[in-house]
Design a protein around this ligand. Structure first.
Ligand code: C5P
Length: 285
C-alpha cells in the first residue's frame, strides 16, 4: 500500500465580475483568482484491498456523493474506465466552508492531481482541469492554481504573472451565504460598479502591488455588505490597520485584507481574532 499526499489550497478572488446570465442558468464571469497558503490536507491510501471510501475530520462535511472530492474520484475513474476500489481518501479540513474560498473544489482538485500523478499522468493538466469543470465551476482553477484570469462559468483559464509578494488576512464571519441565492439576487439588482480586469492584468504584469490593491473588487461585495453590516465593520478594522485593499471573496462570506507590512497583518488578525473564530494569515502561492 502507498499513501499519496496533496495540498488543497484555498482561493481568493482578487476581482470578480458577473457579466450576465446564460441559457444554462449559470452566469458568465470574469475573475482574477489566486491560490493562497491556507490548505486542506488530502491523503490517499492506494491498495487497501477494501471498497473505496472517503473520510473527513470536519463535522458537518458529508462523506458521500454530495462531497466534491467524491465526485472527483468518480469522474477520474470513469474517465480511465477503471475501478476506484482499494482507495481510502482522508481530508483534514482547514479551509472554512461556505466562505467563497473554494474549500470543496480545492479538495476535489487535489484528489484529481494526486490520482493523475499516481496513475502516470494519463491526463494533461488541461484535460484534468476540463474534467474538473464537470464537478464544479471553481474546480478547474483549483486544479491549476497560481494567478489566473477565469472566464465563462469559471472553466476558461488564462495564466497571469504571479502576483507580487504580500500578506492576506482572511476573516470568515459566522453567517453563511447561499451561492445560488446570491447569483439570483444579483440578477435582480443593478450592478453599479465593475472591476477593471484589464487594469488588474496590467498591474500584475508590472508586479505593482499598490496598483493590484487599487483594482481589487468583487461585484458581490456591495450586495452582501448591504445585508450584513458586519462586513463593513471588518473592513473598517482592516483599513484602519493598514490594509492596501479589503474585499469579500467569491460569494462570501470570508473577507480579506491585502497588506504589505507583517506588523499590519499581526494587528489586523489580533483584533479580528477577539471577535471571530476563523481568522487566517496567508500568502499567495
Ligand atoms: O458550479 P457550482 O456547482 O460550484 O455552482 C454553484 C451554483 O452557483 C450554481 O448552481 C449556480 O447557481 C451558481 N453559479 C452561477 N454561475 C457560475 C458559477 C456558479 O450561476 N459561473
Amino acid at each position: 500500500m502507498v499513501t499519496l499526499y496533496e495540498k488543497a489550497y484555498a482561493k481568493l478572488n482578487l476581482t470578480l465580475d458577473v457579466l450576465g446570465k446564460r441559457a444554462d442558468g449559470y452566469h458568465d464571469l470574469c475573475s482574477v483568482m489566486q491560490t493562497v497558503s491556507l490548505w486542506d490536507d488530502v491523503e490517499i491510501d492506494v491498495g487497501t484491498g477494501k471498497p473505496w471510501c472517503l473520510k473527513c475530520d470536519a463535522p458537518g462535511v458529508p462523506c458521500d456523493e454530495r462531497n466534491l472530492a467524491w465526485k472527483a474520484v468518480k469522474a477520474f475513474f470513469e474517465e480511465l474506465n477503471r475501478d476506484p476500489d482499494g482507495l481510502e481518501i482522508r481530508i483534514t479540513k482547514r479551509i472554512p466552508s461556505q466562505a467563497g474560498m473554494a474549500g470543496g473544489s480545492a479538495d476535489a482538485a487535489a484528489v484529481l492531481r494526486a490520482l493523475n500523478r499516481h496513475w502516470g499522468e494519463p491526463l494533461t493538466l488541461e484535460a484534468l482541469a476540463d474534467l474538473g469543470s464537470r464537478i464544479g465551476s471553481d474546480v478547474p482553477f483549483c486544479v491549476v492554481g497560481g494567478t489566473c484570469m477565469c472566464e465563462g462559468r469559471g472553466e476558461l483559464l488564462r495564466r497571469l504573472p504571479d502576483m507580487p509578494d504580500c500578506i492576506f488576512v482572511v476573516c470568515k464571519p459566522e453567517f453563511p451565504i447561499s451561492t445560488p441565492a446570491l447569483f439570483r439576487k444579483i440578477d435582480s439588482v443593478a450592478i453599479h460598479e465593475h472591476p477593471d480586469n484589464r487594469a488588474m492584468e496590467m498591474a500584475l504584469a508590472a508586479g505593482d502591488l499598490e496598483k493590484v490593491a487599487q483594482n481589487v473588487f468583487n461585484v458581490f461585495d456591495p450586495v452582501v455588505s448591504a445585508e450584513h453590516p458586519e462586513l463593513d465593520a471588518i473592513k473598517s478594522v482592516m483599513r484602519e490597520y493598514g490594509a492596501l485593499a479589503c474585499q469579500m471573496t467569491g460569494s462570501g462570506s470570508a473577507t480579506f485584507a491585502m497588506v504589505d507590512e507583517p506588523l499590519s497583518a499581526v494587528a489586523i488578525s489580533g483584533l479580528l481574532k477577539k471577535e471571530y473564530q476563523e481568522v487566517f494569515v496567508c500568502k499567495p502561492v
